[in-house]
Ligand binder design. Structure first.
Ligand code: EPZ
Length: 430
């Protein structure tokens, strides 16, 4: 298994290109199952989760064509992928394929919408809590699907097709909203999705579905109204820039000091996190080419945060922000409200010398003068990258094991960081 070795102390200066958003690309790829025409997606990041989902889609019969390199493109320019689900040949997504990635469970919605049946293994994914799918299944049932659990699989049937209904989510769920949208677009009649997630990735999916011929009102709000259509067509859509990658590198620069342009980033996708970073002492500005982040001299001020659904501070940046706060000049409080077990990074940050006390869903982080390099092990994607941020500021060398988590969600991480002056290298195998 690969490891990453980081020798801390260098500030970051230069340009980091921001990739297409993983959490937008995955549901968009899944939406290709809704039509027999071609859905072409540009700016798809090169990530292992994208490869894994491609395999799952191809098992359902989706053809995939990846565009070759074009003049002026760098290795990190996103890929353009054309997906065609001419005929769905298999409505079953088996355990071997689904168990590694929770998002793949979402295929259940287009499969039942288009064919009237789906059999999908209950999902796996990052170890950040129990992560049930009850709300996703509730949404499908509201549209007339019959659901049974058989041998670890969810079996959904709607032989006469789905019908519009009212789906009221008791809590905000991104996956639940993706599922409800993809099921409702081909249902007969009108569907109301109440307390819908407003995350930019949900909005990106809704915009793409509209290009495919779907009728959706209220996009970007928490009340979506979908009027079902008989069929959807192909479309061309560009995946929006990754706000979590943007926030991660912004926090890395706030940690090490320096001056970096996050090329292609959109500040409006992460106002809350960028506002928090400004309070911590970093300078954040929106520029024509992206978002610029600077911290030259001056310390890191402690700031309290609470994770919330969009537009609040995202849970997917909580670990990275905690890493930053380990070097703050005082104590900060970080409350995690989305997932009940998303503090797995705490014990690893402690190995680098961080002082963090956990109290239920709150972490009290007492800033320390210095962190020191150590061997650490990542447990999930965002926890892994929080260790990268801490390591960039730690004295000496840190070795991060289980790098495959990083490869799921951060494209060309070592290249992007080392071009800005960080000492980062990947060690293969071992
Ligand atoms: C998406 O996960 C993201 N994944 C997560 O990012 C992100 O942390 C999360 O949304 C919250 O923003 C992808 O987009 C691929 P949820 P999702 O349904 O859809 C509870 C990353 O690192 N819930 O919004 O699975 C759930 O347990 C990943 O890129 C139910 O109770 O999250 C959680 O407490 C990690 N029942 C809350 O809702 C359900 O049926 C929000 O989860 C569904 C969810």
């Amino acid at each position: 298994m690969d490891r990453i070795q980081i020798t801390g102390g260098a500030s970051l200066n230069g340009v980091i290109p921001i990739s297409g958003a993983k959490n937008a690309a995955l549901p968009l790829m899944i939406a290709s199952l809704l039509t027999d025409e071609t859905l072409t997606l540009a700016n798809v990041p090169r990530l292992s989760d994208v490869t894994a989902l491609s395999r799952i889609l191809s098992n359902h019969g989706v053809d995939r064509m990846v565009a070759g390199k074009r003049a002026g493109q760098s290795a990190e320019t996103g890929q353009t992928i054309a997906l065609t689900a001419r005929t769905i040949v298999d409505t079953c997504a088996p355990y071997e394929l689904v168990s590694t990635m929770r998002a793949s469970f979402w295929v259940i919605a287009p499969l039942i919408a288009r064919t009237g049946e789906a059999r999908v293994s209950l999902p796996g994914g990052c170890a950040i809590g129990t992560r049930p799918v009850d709300l996703l299944l509730m949404a499908l049932e509201k549209l007339g699907a019959e659901i049974e659990i058989e041998a670890g699989d969810v079996v959904a049937r709607a032989p006469k097709g789905l019908v519009g209904g009212e789906i009221v989510f008791p809590k905000v769920t991104v996956g639940g909203t993706h599922t409800a949208l993809m099921a409702a677009v081909l249902a007969r009649g009108t569907t109301h999705i109440v307390n819908a997630a407003r995350e930019p990735e949900v909005t990106d999916l809704a915009h793409c579905l509209v290009k495919m011929g779907a009728r959706i009102e209220g996009i970007g709000t928490s009340h979506l109204v979908v009027t079902g259509v008989a069929r959807l067509t192909g479309a061309h859509h560009t995946v929006l820039p990754d706000r979590i990658e943007t926030g991660t590198y912004a926090m890395a620069v706030a940690m090490t000091g320096g001056d970096v342009l996050l090329e292609g980033a959109r500040a409006d996708l992460l106002d809350s996190a960028l506002g928090t970073l400004s309070q911590s002492g970093a300078e954040v500005s929106s520029e024509e080419g992206g978002v610029r982040i600077r911290r030259n001299g001056g310390g890191i001020a402690p700031v309290d945060v609470t994770t919330e659904p969009f537009p609040g501070f995202p849970t997917d940046l909580q670990a990275q922000f905690m890493a930053l706060m380990t070097r703050a000049g005082g104590t900060s409080t970080i409350r995690e409200t989305i997932f009940e077990n998303r503090f797995m990074h705490v014990q690893e940050l402690a190995r680098l010398g961080a002082r963090i006390r956990l109290d239920g869903d709150v972490a009290h982080v007492e800033g320390v003068e210095r962190l020191k390099g150590a061997q650490v092990m990542a447990t999930d994607l965002r926890a892994s990258v929080s260790l990268v941020i801490a390591a960039l500021a730690a004295e000496g060398t840190t070795t991060i094991n289980r790098v495959y988590h990083l490869d799921r969600g951060f494209e060309a991480l070592e290249a992007k960081l080392s071009r800005c002056g960080a000492q980062v290298q990947r060690i293969a195998g071992g």
